[in-house]
Design a protein around this ligand. Structure first.
Ligand code: C2E
Ligand code: CA
Ligand code: CA
Length: 637
């Protein structure tokens, strides 16, 4: 409940309670005084009786207003009528020494407690003025007070005045005590609610772990403590690697259960002086006082990752995730909480880049890399606008006929100094920033135009392969881009092959499958790139509807070196043949490797053995001379 609302509510309740008390007391005091006056009236005589009668009538009127909840008017009538009645009684009887004056203190006490400031001061002034007037009149001989001979009725008057005053004061003081008590209780409640609100503001409701706000306070306290103990404070940033698929496939409540179970596990790993904080969604922060023993911190990070990777039992399903950890240490890497968090986060990203499910320490190079990446991204944006890219083409050779069957289009980013930035460097950045969609569309268009030009120059059977990033499938419209590129270049769809990696098929499979089907309907074919490095899952292969498998060059490069790779390559080739897929070996660099692959039954090859990727102007003489050599060889046979 919001604090303001709580306070307002309490104040309103409290005021209502006071007004309720006030009315009740007014009625009780009026009733009690009326009873006393009636008794006094019974024994009084002459003018006194009339005055008391007038007082009784005024009391009835005051009671009436109290019943109508008009507490202040009722208090005014009650106190003023009593003050006037007592003054009149004193005036006609004993003057300043009359018994009636005994009632004044009581009236002033009521006025102070039940009435308003105005009522109290007006009554006080009146009483003082009256006493002064009576004194002055008596001393000047204009008033002659008559003190009647003492009788039993005087005892009754005194008793009535004292009892009415005493009883009323008693009631009011008791009320005040009660109010004080209830005020105390209210205060206690407010204090409790404040504590609860504070707890909620500083803890994550799902896991009950401290949140980021409390995390910062804990960090500052621990840092101070570490300084005193000549220690350092390590900040470990843990991020789950694949939490999103859990949420997406099993629902958010499953994700919540996982996070709660994980929070418990993580807490169990830590000692009392080590703290864990829920930093955000699937991110946890650990504050670890340390003697900067990297080995000890590495052990802890490994232990945390082990806890993350143990399966979670959620809704009768075993769910597995992994986690990456980044570590920064105060004061070496900085002393401010935000700085340390940013650096630990940067190190965590490095851990993700290096294959996930691992940990990395922050070092200044990471910051520099980040700046470099940022600068590269700015230049990439400008280069896309200025059409500052080129396509190079690398031939693929049919290993049986020896002829060039197709070329793979590979992006090049030429620099003003004549150097090239490798696509391996800028493609991930373009993917990450989303720029790949625009860049990729240009590649498709340019590759189709180049293929059409080459076919027009006599290489009529030549096909072209274009690499596609999974990010290009995220936006709809890929099919239209391909269709338009083919149409505007006048290239038959069968001449275009799209190279995809298996990573494409994790994620929103239905959406991607739909696009793959649409592209397939156009007549283009698919090749699976870098096969063997990804999931190599046969069921994925079927979904791709691919015609070609490209065996990753890491297996090819070591084919003649490592004995381990040959059975693997053989198995891939056999499996592909079984599935009716063509195999292409990437990265063939020497004749020995080529011969092994021919012996293993591989269909096509690509690599520096024939040629690196070259510009279109270089490609044409290259194909011509290659064809000439093949023709000569054939003639010789
Ligand atoms: P990839 O698709 O596996 O392309 C093959 C890479 O291996 C090319 O590097 C090529 O130059 C290199 N290569 C070819 N033969 C040999 C060899 O015999 N030995 C060695 N060591 N390397 C060889 P490149 O051009 O630097 O491209 C790197 C990666 O960048 C490509 O790998 C591809 O994934 C990506 N890429 C290139 N162009 C594009 C593009 O237009 N779009 C997308 N999405 N990605 C692209
Ligand atoms: Ca490729
Ligand atoms: Ca490849």
């Amino acid at each position: 409940m919001p604090e303001q609302y709580l306070a307002a509510n309490t104040t309103a309740d409290f005021q209502q309670q006071i007004s309720h008390f006030r009315i009740r007391r007014l009625l009780q005091i009026t009733g009690f005084t009326l009873f006393g006056l009636i008794l006094a009236m019974a024994v009084a005589g002459g003018t006194t009786k009339l005055l008391i009668l007038a007082g009784c009538i005024a009391l009835l009127v005051a009671g009436g207003f109290a019943l109508k909840q008009q507490a202040l008017i009722s208090a005014y009538i009650l106190l003023w009528s009593m003050a006037l009645m007592l003054s009149a009684l004193a005036y006609v009887s004993g003057g300043l020494r009359d018994l009636a004056l005994l009632g004044f203190p009581g009236l002033l006490v009521y006025a102070a407690i039940l009435g308003s400031v105005g009522l109290f001061y007006s009554l006080l002034c009146f009483v003082m003025a009256f006493c002064s007037l009576v004194t002055a009149l008596t001393l000047s001989g204009r008033l002659h007070p008559v003190l009647p001979a003492l009788g039993w009725q005087h005892l009754l008057f005194v008793a009535v005045i004292l009892a009415a005053t005493g009883f009323s004061v008693y009631l009011m003081v008791r009320d005040m005590r009660r109010l004080m008590l209830s005020l105390q209780q209210e205060n206690e409640k407010v204090r409790h609610s404040r504590k609860e609100i504070e707890r909620l503001a500083h803890h994550d409701p799902l896991t009950t772990l401290p949140n980021r706000i409390l995390g910062e306070q804990l960090y500052n306290q621990l840092l101070q403590h570490c300084r005193e103990q000549q220690q350092q404070l390590a900040v470990l940033f843990l991020d789950l690697d694949n939490f999103k698929p859990v949420n997406d496939s099993l629902g958010h409540s499953a994700g919540d259960i996982l996070l709660r179970q994980l929070a418990q596990r993580l807490q169990q790993v830590l000692h009392a002086e080590q703290k864990v904080i829920r930093f955000g969604g699937d991110e946890f922060l650990f504050l670890i006082p340390t003697d900067a023993d990297k080995q000890q911190l590495s052990q802890l990070a490994t232990q945390l990752i082990t806890e993350v990777t143990k399966p979670f039992s959620i809704m009768q399903t075993d769910v597995s995730v992994s986690g990456s950890v980044g570590i920064a240490i105060a004061p070496g890497d900085g002393s401010e909480f935000n700085v340390l968090c940013r650096k630990a986060d940067l190190a965590m990203y490095k851990a993700k880049e290096d294959g996930r499910n691992t940990f990395r320490f922050y070092d200044d190079k990471l910051d520099q890399d980040n700046v470099d990446k940022f600068n590269l991204l700015q230049r990439l944006r400008l280069a896309i606008k200025a059409h500052g890219f080129e396509l190079y083409y690398q031939p693929k050779i049919d290993l049986r006929s020896g002829r060039i069957s197709s070329v793979e289009a590979l992006l090049r980013w030429p620099q003003s100094d004549g150097s090239m930035i490798s696509p391996a460097e800028f493609i991930p950045l373009a993917e990450h920033s989303g720029l790949i969609s625009e860049l990729g569309s240009w590649v498709i268009h340019e590759a189709c135009r180049a293929a059409a030009r080459l076919r027009a120059q006599g290489f009529s059977e030549l096909r072209i392969a274009v690499n596609l990033s999974y990010v290009q499938f995220k936006n709809t419209g890929l099919e239209q881009v391909v269709q338009q590129a083919l149409r505007s270049a006048g290239l038959p769809a069968a001449a275009l092959e799209l190279e995809l990696t298996e990573s494409l098929l994790i994620g929103d499979t239905d959406f991607i499958q739909h696009q793959l089907n649409a592209l397939s309907q156009l007549g283009v074919t698919f090749a699976i790139d870098d096969f063997g490095t990804g999931y190599s899952n046969l069921s994925y292969l079927r979904s791709f509807n691919a015609t070609t498998l490209k065996i990753d060059r890491s297996f090819i490069a070591s084919l003649c070196v490592s004995e381990r790779d040959e059975p693997l390559v053989q198995a891939i080739i056999n499996m592909a043949a079984g599935l009716g897929l063509k195999t292409v070996a990437e990265g063939i660099e020497d004749a020995a490797t080529l011969q092994r692959l021919q012996a293993l039954g591989c269909d096509e090859g690509q690599g520096f053995y024939w040629s690196a990727a070259v510009a279109e102007t270089v490609l044409i003489p290259l194909i011509n001379s290659h064809n000439e050599t093949i023709n000569k060889q054939n003639d010789a046979i």
